[in-house]
Design a protein around this ligand. Structure first.
Ligand code: NAD
Length: 430
């Protein structure tokens, strides 16, 4: 993915025109603070030794230790990891969690590895990274093809190396190993709180609002379930195989029950364990994006709404649960058409927010009840949604640019507090 980092950095200049940030600070944010490439040796099940390539990037740590997931994927590259670390800096600043941005990855195909090989790979990666990460330095989390179990192995390996229990070194762990209640559904829930805030602003009658959700995994299922519970009409959902559509709206708990039991997405109504098929059109993912709905939620992959299909999109509001689902050219078209896009660095920031809660609980050694996690998440998401919305109206920009402005103001304040040219050149006067 050549040029992903350069593309990500371009967003800075647009937002910097409006942000209260010194040009030196903007320049700093264009360069990751540190990057590390390592060889990750793994003894395979057949006795041979394989050497994988691993990366970790600290983008910026002005506001706190760097934070971001570890990806296991054949297409991982340093450029991609740098871009993902860059986005984490801004996601953390948007929600005001006291972290900078980081990210890591290993070039591998976990689908071709046994469970034991994945465990050895995870532990070996941590052995190479042991001096580059830490509870007050850089805190990883799960990302594509890594999960809670892998986080548990990594935490255990780090603790062994440092000869003390260190749960705060990594988040997204299993609950019995120091994970937080409420982390599992935090991303979809954070997006849901954003939609609720918008519903208040627009005075929506929820049962009139038709919602389509692309991607019916962790994030997509959660937002569909919560919106349905709140009275919105979920008229279409899809997974990698395709989607279903019915303008009346689906009973989402039945869809989730069936999907999780059969691994297939079907239009059903379940009563207890008995599920019966109900009427629906079968649609492709392309058709889902073009449906006549009020709210479209991309919750699967990047680059879904592009210059090629943006003219077909009819939704008035897009809620980006996936990272990077809208390309920059499509963004401009949507903005000019008056479509509101709640950008990924705000809409899916619930995940990192509850990761922050997990880290805090690990440091305190005191674990919060689920209600506290959800209340604090709601209060942070609602507050920052309102703040970004205000910036958008004040500067008459799209909501993505507003989120970057909001984040840059916070990062800029922290950088200026350490002194920039304006301070030093004026003999210490602001
Ligand atoms: P997941 O693996 O649980 O679910 C992904 C879903 O997308 C699956 O239902 C899959 O079938 C579907 N899918 C795959 N290819 C598709 C396609 N071409 N069209 C439609 N659907 C397709 O993953 P997730 O954790 O829900 O993550 C989804 C997105 O949200 C990703 O972009 C991820 O980076 C982003 N995200 C997730 C979190 C989190 O905490 N889970 C946090 C921030 C961002």
């Amino acid at each position: 993915m050549a040029g992903l980092f350069d593309g990500a950095v371009k967003r800075l200049d647009k937002a910097a025109e409006h942000a209260k940030i010194d040009s030196e600070a903007v320049e700093r944010l264009k360069h990751p603070k540190a990057t590390l490439e390592v060889s990750v040796p793994v003894r395979m099940d057949d006795g041979s030794l394989s050497i994988f390539t691993g990366y970790r990037v600290h983008h910026d740590n002005t506001r706190g230790p760097t934070k971001g997931g570890i990806r296991f994927h054949p297409q991982v590259s340093l450029d991609e990891v740098k871009a993902l670390a860059f986005w984490m800096t801004f996601k953390c600043a948007v929600t005001n969690v006291p972290f900078g941005g980081g990210k890591g990855g290993v070039v591998c195909n976990p689908k071709e590895l046994s469970h034991l090989e994945v465990e050895r790979l995870s532990r070996s990666y941590i052995q190479q990274m042991a001096d580059f990460i830490g509870p007050d330095v850089d805190i990883p989390a799960p990302d594509v093809y890594t999960n809670a179990r892998i986080m548990g192995w990594m935490m255990d390996e780090y603790s062994k190396i440092h000869r003390r229990y260190q749960p705060a070194v990594i988040t997204g762990k299993p609950i019995p190993l120091g994970g937080s209640l409420g982390r599992e559904d935090a991303t979809g829930r954070g997006g849901y709180y954003c939609v609720e805030e918008l519903a208040k602003l627009r005075g929506w009658n929820r049962s009139d609002i038709r919602v389509a959700v692309q991607g019916f995994g962790n994030a997509g299922q959660t937002i569909a379930r919560l919106l349905h519970q709140s009275g919105f009409r979920i008229v279409a959902v899809s997974d990698s195989q395709g989607g279903i559509h019915n303008d009346v709206g689906f009973d989402v708990p039945s869809l989730i029950q069936n999907k999780n039991e059969t691994r297939h997405l079907k239009a059903v109504y379940c009563n207890g364990s008995v599920c019966e098929e109900v009427d629906a059109d079968t649609i492709t993912n392309e058709q889902l994006l073009a449906l006549d709905v009020d709210v479209l939620v991309p919750a699967a992959l990047e680059d879904q709404i592009t210059g090629d299909n943006v003219d077909d999109v009819k939704a008035d509001v897009i809620v980006e649960l996936a990272n990077g689902p809208t390309t920059p050219d499509a963004d401009d078209v949507l903005f000019n058409r008056g479509v509101l896009t709640i950008p990924d660095i705000l809409a899916n920031a619930g995940g990192v927010t509850v990761s922050y809660f997990e880290w805090t609980q690990n440091k305190q050694g005191y674990y919060w009840p689920l209600e506290s996690v959800q209340q604090r998440l709601q209060s942070m998401m609602s507050r920052e949604f309102a703040a970004v919305y205000d910036v958008m109206e004040q500067h008459k920009v799209d909501m993505r640019t507003a989120a970057y402005i909001h984040a840059m103001n916070r990062i800029g304040e922290a950088i200026e507090a350490q002194g920039t040219k304006r301070y030093f050149a004026n003999g210490g006067h602001e």
